[in-house]
Design a protein. Structure first.
Length: 187
């Protein structure tokens, strides 16, 4: 009986992994906002109204990923919910090829163990292309993360950060009155 239960659990594990593979590698490349949004509503913990997912987004353990209203998740963005909660606020613009991680390895652990942490991205944050955000980070309201930055620590509200590791390089002076609505055809 124990062997049967173990086999049943393993079969369920394989089915879930196959579903994520199918969605990440095939269905989320479909050239229709409606189809991709429908898939994301199934995979993710929650998705707000008028949020747009461009082709090629990838999700890991999506039930821990929560996205607000009027967000733009550009091409080839990785949303990782394996090590904690990933919460993205309203009117957040995430540039292409950005990786947001809630799980990483501890470089000082003899056994290469995993370490996780929540990632919170508040409202009106603008994340440029090819940014990496590591576990345990909070990005404050209205902050801007420059292209190619690696965010290892919290970012204060309205700060502009850049570099590896990301450091404050300026202050944003916007009143943040916009609403994002970006849905290019066939993207």
């Amino acid at each position: 009986m124990r062997t049967f239960l173990r086999a049943l659990r393993y079969t369920k594990y394989l089915l879930v992994r196959f579903l994520y593979y199918l969605c990440n590698e095939w269905l989320l490349w479909f050239p229709s906002h409606t189809v991709r949004l429908g898939i994301m509503k199934i995979l993710l913990g929650s998705v707000g109204k008028d949020t747009s997912f461009l082709m090629g987004c990838k999700v890991r353990k999506g039930k821990n990923v929560h996205i607000g209203r009027n967000c733009v998740i550009n091409r080839c963005v990785l949303l990782d919910g394996r090590g904690g909660i990933l919460k993205i606020g309203n009117n957040v613009d995430i540039g292409q090829e950005t990786n947001i991680w809630t799980l990483e390895h501890d470089p000082n652990d003899d056994y290469h163990r995993d370490v996780g942490g929540d990632v919170i991205i508040e409202d009106y944050v603008w994340i440029a292309s090819r940014v990496t955000i590591l576990p345990g980070v909070r990005i404050g309201r209205g902050a801007v993360v420059a292209a190619g930055a690696v965010v290892t620590k919290d970012v204060p509200p309205m700060a502009i950060v850049g570099g590896v590791p990301a450091k404050i390089i300026g202050q944003r002076k916007s009143k943040l009155l916009y609403t994002l609505r970006h849905r290019p055809p066939f993207e």
